[in-house]
Design a binder for this molecule. Structure first.
Ligand SMILES: [Fe+2]
Length: 237
């Protein structure tokens, strides 16, 4: 795995890992070019507009292909992404998750089943809040972030510490996770926050449980590109 910094957050509470990878500028450039070429290729359908799916995507493009499955071993940047980012980071999340929930390490008999895709966003595009059904965890790797990120906090005092955001924080292009238990937000002082905005950096991977509602906000300039994967963990196969 590439040298990286992993932060573990427990908003609401749940288990959220943010892993910031180092020295991935060239890899991100290659991934961005690859995803854009795929997005504008006549040979690959756009799952966001083809009518075959009911996606939460609003205005963004999503090539209808499992990119890790199809291009692993064929395209260098995808192979590197899988080997050095997706797999080791997933193992790290699962290890922590199993230990936190069961007090035991990840079962050694099992394996992950992944599905993966990429999404390309232009200004104004976003996704409605959604979950990923019947999966264990979801990773979002930020290949490209918008140029300009306006913040509409009306001057509220914010820190980068995610636990202390004002509830109405509105950052362009933020990745938002939502508290599924509204009762837990009471009382206002001492309760859990209602939602958590994160402003990922290029080269950052955020892993959340798949049942957690989330969405990316729209932005006004630049481009945004993510590679997303869902994982199931099969214990006996
Ligand atoms: Fe999603």
């Amino acid at each position: 795995m590439l040298k990286n910094h992993r932060n573990i957050y427990n908003p609401f509470p749940t288990i959220v890992h943010s892993i910031l990878f180092e020295e991935v500028e060239d890899l991100n450039k290659d991934l961005f070019k690859f995803v854009k070429d795929l997005t504008f290729s006549d040979e690959v359908k756009d799952a966001a507009t083809s009518g075959d799916y009911f996606l939460s995507t609003e205005g963004a493009s999503q090539p209808d292909v499992d990119i890790a499955e199809k291009y692993y071993g064929e395209v260098d940047c995808i192979t590197k992404f899988v080997d050095e980012i997706m797999l080791p980071a997933s193992e790290g999340w699962a290890e922590h998750h199993f230990m936190e929930l069961t007090g035991k390490p990840t079962p050694r008999t099992g394996h992950f089943n992944f599905t993966s895709w990429a999404t390309y966003y232009t200004p104004g595009s976003w996704q409605t809040p959604h979950i990923h059904r019947e999966k264990m965890f979801t990773g979002v790797y930020f290949v490209k972030m918008p140029d300009e990120k306006k913040s509409l906090t009306n001057g509220a005092h914010c820190t980068s510490t995610v636990q202390y955001q004002p509830p109405e924080m509105q950052n362009e292009g933020a990745f938002v996770i939502q508290n599924p238990h509204m009762q837990s937000t009471q009382p206002l002082v001492g309760g859990w926050i209602t939602q958590q905005e994160m402003m990922p950096k290029e080269g950052e991977l955020i892993i959340i449980p798949s049942w957690l509602s989330h969405y990316p906000k729209p932005f006004s300039s630049g481009e945004r590109c993510v590679i997303v994967f869902d994982a199931q963990y099969n214990i006996n196969k």
